[in-house]
Write a protein that binds this ligand. Structure first.
Ligand code: C2E
Ligand code: MG
Ligand code: MG
Ligand code: MG
Length: 285
C-alpha cells in the first residue's frame, strides 16, 4: 500500500511544481551570483561577559530584483544539489575576507558545505584568498556541520586538517542536531564547538535540557574547544551560560545578522557602551 502511495505521489502536480521551481531557483541563483544580487549579513558573537564582540558569522543573503528575499535555508540546498555551491562558497569567502579588515581583531566565520571540500584545490583556493586579502589565517574560521562526515570522507578530513595546520580555525556547527555527534569529536580536533540553538531554546527552566547543555559545555572544554552557544534570545539564557562558563554567545539578543555598515556601527556602540541590550531591545535591523 505504501508503495502505491509513493507511485501516485510521483505524478502529483504539487511535486512537479516543486521540481520545476527548484530548477528555476538554481537558474536564477546562477544569474544572481553573476549579477551581484547576493550579499552577506554578519552576526556578531560576544564573549560571555557580553562586553566584547570577538567574532562574526557571515551569512549569505539573496534579495531578488523585485525585492523578494530568499532564505539560505532555501537556496543553499539547491546550490549544493547543482554544484553551484563551489562558486557561491568562493564568493562568500572572498567577500568575507575582504571585509574583515574593517573589523580589526575580529574573527570572521564562514559556513562551508561538504561538497566544497571535495573540490581538489579548495585548500589552495582558501589560502590564495587569505593571501590576496592580506588576512592572517587565524582571522578566518570555517564552520562545518556533521554532514561533512557522511560517506567516504577521507579527502574532506585531509582538507580540514591542512586548513587547521595552516592556522585557519575549524568549528563544528549545529552540534547535537544530528544523530551521532559525539563520535565526530574523536574524528577531528575542532577548535570551536557551536551548540545547536535547539538546546538553548529548550533550556528555559527545563532541568533535563539544562543538564545536557552543561554537559556539552564541560565535554567540549575538556577536549580543549571554545564553546559557542547559538540562538541566544533572552537575558536568562545569557545568565545561565555565564554561570556555566560557556565561552561565546550568538543570537538575536546580542544582535541579529547585520549589513556590513550596520555591523561597523554596532561594534562601535557595543564596545563604547559596554553591555548594551541588558533589558533593552537590541533590534538593529
Ligand atoms: P547556521 O550556520 O547555523 O547559521 C545560524 C542561523 O541561525 C542563521 O540563519 C541565523 O540568522 C539564525 N539565528 C541566529 N541567531 C538566532 C536566534 O537567536 N534565534 C533564531 N531563531 N535564529 C537565529 P540563516 O542566516 O537563515 O542561515 C541558515 C543556514 O544557512 C545557516 O545556519 C547555514 O547552515 C546556511 N548558510 C548561510 N549562509 C551560508 C553560506 O554562505 N554557505 C553555506 N554553505 N551555508 C550557509
Ligand atoms: Mg554556521
Ligand atoms: Mg549553526
Ligand atoms: Mg543551522
Amino acid at each position: 500500500k505504501a508503495n502505491g502511495r509513493n507511485r501516485r505521489s510521483f505524478f502529483e502536480p504539487n511535486m512537479e511544481h516543486h521540481v520545476q521551481s527548484k530548477d528555476r531557483l538554481s537558474r536564477e541563483l546562477r544569474l544572481a551570483l553573476k549579477n551581484d544580487e547576493l550579499t552577506l549579513a554578519y552576526q556578531p558573537q560576544s564573549d560571555t561577559s557580553a562586553k566584547r564582540i570577538v567574532s562574526v558569522e557571515a551569512l549569505a543573503r539573496w534579495t531578488k530584483e523585485d525585492g523578494t528575499v530568499i532564505s539560505p535555508a532555501q537556496f543553499i540546498p539547491v546550490a549544493e544539489e547543482t554544484g553551484l555551491i563551489n562558486e557561491l562558497g568562493i564568493w562568500v569567502l572572498n567577500k568575507a575576507c575582504a571585509k574583515a579588515h574593517e573589523w580589526p581583531g575580529i574573527t570572521v566565520s564562514v559556513n562551508v558545505s561538504p561538497n566544497q571540500f571535495k573540490h581538489p584545490r579548495f585548500v589552495e583556493k582558501v589560502m590564495a584568498i587569505l593571501a590576496a586579502n592580506n588576512l592572517p589565517p587565524q582571522r578566518l574560521e570555517i564552520e562545518v556541520t556533521e554532514s561533512v562526515f557522511a560517506g567516504r570522507n577521507d579527502s574532506v578530513l585531509k582538507a580540514l586538517r591542512r586548513l587547521k595546520n595552516l592556522g585557519v580555525k575549524v568549528a563544528l556547527d549545529d552540534f547535537g542536531s544530528g544523530y551521532s555527534s559525539l563520535s565526530y569529536l574523536r574524528r577531528f580536533p575542532f577548535d570551536t564547538l557551536k551548540i545547536d540553538r535547539d538546546f538553548v531554546s529548550d533550556m528555559n527552566g527545563n532541568a533535563e535540557a539544562e543538564a545536557i547543555l552543561v554537559s556539552i559545555i564541560q565535554l567540549g572544554k575538556a577536549l580543549g574547544m571554545t564553546i559557542v552557544a547559538e540562538g541566544i534570545e533572552t537575558l536568562e539564557q545569557i545568565r545561565f551560560l555565564q554561570a556555566h562558563d560557556c565561552n561565546r554567545m550568538q543570537g538575536y539578543y546580542i544582535s541579529r545578522p547585520l549589513t556590513d555598515t550596520a555591523l561597523t556601527a554596532f561594534l562601535d556602540e557595543f564596545h563604547r557602551v559596554g553591555t548594551p541590550g541588558y533589558g533593552t531591545d537590541l533590534s538593529y535591523q
